[in-house]
Design a protein around this ligand. Structure first.
Ligand SMILES: C[S@@+](CC[C@H](N)C(=O)[O-])C[C@H]1O[C@@H](n2cnc3c(N)ncnc32)[C@H](O)[C@@H]1O
Length: 441
């Protein structure tokens, strides 16, 4: 038997290892030299052909790359990894059908694999084959439930398919994965809440409070999820912070994505009680950007808007429908205007108040006899909270119908109407609430 020479399979494998090492550290010139030297002596050495093909692709000689990778696969057809590599080369060349075939072949050869399923999903999505792409991404996640790329891709696809509820679920799963360095603690807490992992949300917000002891959002959300130290109403600094930041996008987000119905529901309730003549002194309490102002103007002799957020008030001012816009905390403001209004409207404002007695007693005092308050509240989902109120993990308060009616009675109001309505959507799920009208006798 002949002794193995420098051109034998063992020598080629040793040289190949050197080539792969150079390739890995990014020394493409050295790697190419080694692969070509191996192939000069053994033109059918499939691994050298394959990795030279990958290298040529990196150097943007992708026509030659495909030929090399395909020839390697023809010589040694059993490598799932090579089939996946071929799929990636086709994919980057925009050859979507060929890429999908290669990824499917890789799955046949190697069995289920999260990366390959995800690659297949990505080319199917680019080809507009959404249902197949969804199946591929879901298969990737079935292989590995913590595969961030698959979770993110599926979330994006579902969002594009207008299935935001499911999209949010997968986005939250991806966001909650480590590493957490550099991630927004607020988003991390929200992701945990979305997944029902309240204990981890509490821990995330506690760490946030420790890192930023003066951040009112950290304190508020920690209180909301831990249900400890829940404030009587959202702190002024918190309300200002979130709405100043939100002001520029508020209307697009509320009226677009969230399908906010507050202004139209308030308008309907006003129209049932008053003739449309500009005869009333009206307070839009927590007026925000003034979404209710347009409708209220038709009834107003004098329309006042009050809000804590200067950013929101600046947008409201540009509407030119308010006779007066005041930057103030609402309960304090009400105390300065005894018996001044015929109508007080609170659209989506009481979700920042826990116990309603102070603000509704203040409203009562700010109304003239015969005056009316119209407001919306969000309903708690647990039946147990029907006669009370709670704070949801997202930091907004929710009030039960029995509780609202009892507080109104205690404050001296006569109930005029209570309508169950959908106020808006959250992740494509309806947010149930009440539209309430009550009068000062
Ligand atoms: C969800 S927005 C609703 C805005 C507007 N009413 C609408 O329907 O579009 C709630 C508004 O209430 C304001 N707000 C919350 N708590 C407040 C308080 N204690 N005093 C004054 N304004 C408050 C916020 O600044 C924000 O502009």
């Amino acid at each position: 038997m002949q002794a193995e020479t420098g051109s034998g399979p063992a020598a080629a494998a040793t040289e190949l290892a050197g080539g792969l090492e150079a390739h890995r550290r990014g020394d493409l010139a050295a790697a190419e030299r080694i692969y070509r030297e191996i192939l000069r002596r053994r033109a059918d050495f499939a691994p050298a052909l394959h990795y030279l093909g990958i290298l040529l692709h990196q150097r943007e000689h992708s026509e030659a790359a495909v030929q090399h990778v395909q020839r390697a696969a023809a010589l040694e057809p059993g490598h799932a990894v090579w089939a996946n590599d071929l799929g990636n080369v086709h994919s980057e060349r925009g050859e979507l059908a060929a890429a999908a075939n290669a990824f499917r072949h890789a799955l046949e050869l190697g069995g289920d694999d999260a990366t390959v399923w995800n690659n297949l999903g990505a080319v199917l999505e680019r080809a507009g084959r959404d249902a197949e792409a969804e199946h591929a991404y879901r298969s990737a996640i079935a292989c590995d439930g913590e595969f961030a790329a698959g979770l993110n891709n599926l979330s994006r696809l579902l969002a594009n398919l207008r299935r935001p509820h499911e999209a949010a679920e997968f986005a939250a799963r991806a966001y909650a994965l480590p590493p957490h360095e550099g991630k927004s603690p607020e988003m991390l807490g929200l992701a945990y809440c979305r997944l029902g992992r309240i204990g981890e949300a509490v821990d995330a917000y506690r760490r946030w409070c420790q890192a930023e002891p003066d951040n009112p959002a950290a304190a508020h959300l920690y209180a909301a999820v831990s249900r400890t130290g829940v404030p009587a109403r959202a702190a002024d600094a918190y309300v200002e912070q979130i709405f100043d930041a939100f002001a520029a996008n508020f209307e697009d987000k509320m009226m677009g994505t969230l399908g906010y119905r507050g202004p139209q529901l308030i308008e309907g309730a006003v129209a049932r009680l008053f003739a449309p003549s500009p005869s009333l002194d009206i307070l839009d309490a927590g007026c925000g950007t003034g979404l209710c102002g347009e409708a209220l103007r038709r009834y107003a002799r004098h329309l006042v808007g009050v809000d804590l957020s200067q950013g929101m008030l600046d947008v409201a001012r540009r509407r030119e429908v308010y006779g007066e816009l005041v930057k103030s905390e609402l309960t304090a403001f009400l105390a300065t205007r005894p018996a001044a209004f015929d109508l007080v409207v609170l659209a989506d404002t009481l979700i920042y108040f826990g116990g309603l007695e102070p603000v509704l007693a203040g409203t009562h005092a700010a109304l003239r006899p015969g005056g009316v308050v119209i407001f919306t509240v969000e309903l708690p989902d647990e039946a147990t909270a029907a006669d009370g109120f709670d704070i949801a993990p997202h930091g907004r308060y929710r009030h039960g119908r029995g509780y609202v009616e009892a507080v109104l009675a205690r404050c001296g109001f006569a109930l005029l109407s209570v309508e169950a309505e959908i106020l808006r959507e959250e992740h494509a799920q309806p947010v149930a609430g009440l539209v309430v009208a009550a009068g000062r006798p």
